[in-house]
Design a protein around this ligand. Structure first.
Ligand SMILES: Cc1ncc(C[n+]2csc(CCO)c2C)c(N)n1
Length: 231
């Protein structure tokens, strides 16, 4: 008997909730993309997954640069430490883990380094960097949030809903406790940064719509990134 459970999204904080609520259609298209559903039921072609991994190596490099910019744009020592810890984790652990996963799939480091960056990949990471360069710490966090929380939500749902699939490792990485905690911690960092700067009712402040726009645009760019698998 196949009993469908109703997935309840994990709680990653108030700001994330508000941002997610104001772009539910793109958010759904991102978190329920055919690529994601293909990982869930195991029908995603391996070639698509490998294309995604090759592009993700380049993505992670520029994503690390964006978190390094967050150190620069931070407003106090605690924010600098949080952003710096993410940069360190990305450069010293996530990159090595990614190379290891790729090697396990038969993609060599040389192949990763030689990969040509797809325009949709460029668009995404440079959009996030530009949000940070021309904006402030909150602009940057709003553009960074969909990447982390989206994978957290996808991982949590697939852990609950997925059947037998060759992508179980991926699902367990993002659905697992360690990554879920990272999502909650990032949500807390964002909530604190927003309250410090915009007060208790941030969604009534003039800068709020710009933050919503960055969150929505990064979500739309994540949808495009899944499409790179098919390339
Ligand atoms: C296109 C794309 N979007 C999101 C992620 C997820 N992600 C990137 S870095 C990181 C850890 C944050 O410190 C997570 C969860 C990805 N890999 N590729």
């Amino acid at each position: 008997m196949n009993i469908r459970t109703n997935f309840i999204a994990p709680d990653y904080g108030r700001s994330f909730d508000l941002w997610r609520e104001q772009c539910l259609t793109p958010w759904h298209d991102y978190t329920h993309h055919p690529f994601v559903e293909g990982m869930k039921d195991g029908t995603l072609p391996r070639a698509a997954f490998l294309n995604y991994l090759r592009q993700d190596y380049l993505f992670l490099i520029h994503f690390s640069r964006a978190w390094a910019l967050a150190v620069v744009k931070a407003g106090n020592l605690a924010e600098m430490q949080a952003a710096s810890a993410t940069v360190h984790a990305l450069l010293h652990f996530e990159m090595a883990l990614h190379v290891e996963i790729c090697e396990g799939e038969g993609i060599t480091r040389a192949e990763l380094e030689a990969a040509e960056e797809a325009p949709a990949n460029m668009a995404y990471t440079r959009y996030v960097l530009e949000a940070g360069f021309s904006g402030d710490f909150l602009d940057l966090l709003a553009a960074l949030a969909p990447c982390i929380m989206g994978y957290g939500e996808i991982g949590a749902r697939l852990l609950q809903e997925a059947g037998d699939t060759p992508y179980r490792n991926w699902i367990e990485t993002y659905g697992g406790n360690e990554f879920q905690k990272l999502c909650r911690d990032t949500g807390a960092l964002i909530d604190r940064a927003i309250t410090d700067r915009l007060g208790p009712e941030p969604d009534t402040r003039p800068g709020w719509s710009r933050l919503c726009r960055h969150f929505t645009n990064a979500t739309r760019l994540e949808i495009g990134f899944w499409g790179l698998g098919q390339a």
